[in-house]
Design a protein around this ligand. Structure first.
Ligand code: AHG
Ligand code: MN
Ligand code: MN
Length: 338
């Protein structure tokens, strides 16, 4: 019989694996699950309540129109996490500058970067969307956190993960000791362990990329994708294209089934701090890989809060095949026909 375990119990177990743990991270992650349950509740009835569908009159720092649910998710996370007592500073896709914790009594020792709602273009058409989070330990002196606490390389994350609001609501996270997934039981209001110790297959049969951007891809991407579609030597089947347009949903499917997601250069769209780096930690902790094409995503030094990077992420064998196309003209990996 599978183990019945809530995410709170799991987080506590993870805490015990870290001798230096103070319980603050446990409390922080617990607060985050509360924020996600509030967002999930409104996502579930988005079509029924007029206050969360459609666009606001606001354009964000990226020049994108902010959807009402983006704003709702942003306000919810700021409200819940701002009073968690565990954070010194936050940074959000929806906020140009860092978000300070105004109440001095509610400050803690961590910094959290987050994408409050990923996949905004899919909100009004009932396609899976998500929330992505990245947590670092505060590195600056004094109580108040700042940008320096946010601009840390992914390798230093103490926790990372995402919530996906799909056919069910799930939380997938890591604290550096593997990856596990939890499914929200709406009746209980609890995230229950459903995917213990996720390991992503070494290769998949799925590639996820916006083919409409083909004319903008760099040469390595063109070479790699063409080889996936027509392997030529007959020893392997072509891969299938699956692309939802919500990074969290595309990533989650490939994490479980195997495969590769690419948002390549030379005009990268995805942001390092709250999209690429947290998912890179999850991917690596599940046995996968994440690269910009030249550097492991986890090793990129952030230059600014909203810095964009090319993201090639997923099954290690598939990412390695891509890198062989970057390094030189070699056929992607051994036959993976199954
Ligand atoms: P967000 O909704 O947080 O802005 O993120 C959207 C991102 C990501 O979710 C997805 O993979 C990508 O945009 C899709 O971009 P294209 O529509 O250019 O393919
Ligand atoms: Mn996003
Ligand atoms: Mn977003």
């Amino acid at each position: 019989m599978s183990t019945f375990k809530t995410v709170q119990q799991h987080i506590l177990e993870q805490e015990r694996l870290h001798p230096e743990a103070t319980g603050e991270l446990t409390s922080l992650l617990g607060s985050l699950t509360v924020a996600a349950k509030i967002i999930a509740r409104d996502v579930r009835r988005a079509g029924l309540t007029t206050n969360v569908l459609g666009q606001t009159q606001t354009v964000n720092v990226h020049g994108e129109t902010v959807m009402k649910l983006d704003q709702f998710a942003e306000d919810t996370i700021q409200r819940v996490m701002g009073s968690s007592g565990m954070l010194a500073v936050m940074a959000s896709e929806e906020s140009q500058d860092v978000i300070s914790i105004s109440d001095e009594r509610a400050r803690g020792n961590y910094a959290m970067m987050y994408d409050p709602l990923d996949g905004s273009s899919n909100i009004d058409v009932n396609v899976s969307i998500g929330t992505i989070f990245s947590i670092h330990r505060k590195v600056t002196a004094g109580d108040d956190g700042g940008e320096a606490d946010c601009l840390q390389p992914g390798r230093r994350q103490v926790a990372a993960g995402y919530f996906i609001y799909g056919s069910s609501t799930m939380m997938v996270y890591t604290t550096g000791r593997g990856v596990s997934g939890f499914t929200l039981d709406p009746g209980l209001g609890e995230f229950i362990l459903s995917h213990d110790s996720i390991r992503t297959p070494d290769r998949g049969r799925i590639y996820s990329i916006n083919e409409g951007n083909r004319n903008q891809w760099d040469e390595a991407t063109v070479t790699y994708i063409d080889r996936l579609k027509s392997p030529g030597d007959g020893t392997r089947e072509p891969y299938s294209l699956r692309y939802i347009g919500s990074l969290v949903a595309d990533f989650h499917r490939n994490l479980l089934k195997g495969g590769i997601f690419l948002y390549p250069g030379p005009k990268p769209k995805l942001r390092l701090l709250y999209e690429a780096a947290p998912l890179a930690m999850v991917a690596e902790q599940a046995g996968g890989a994440a690269t910009t094409g030249t550097t492991p995503v986890m090793d990129v030094e952030p230059a600014s809060l909203h810095m964009r990077v090319p993201l090639i992420i997923g099954s290690r064998g598939d990412v390695d095949d891509y890198l062989e196309c970057v390094d030189g003209d070699r056929r992607p990996g051994p036959d993976s026909a199954s």
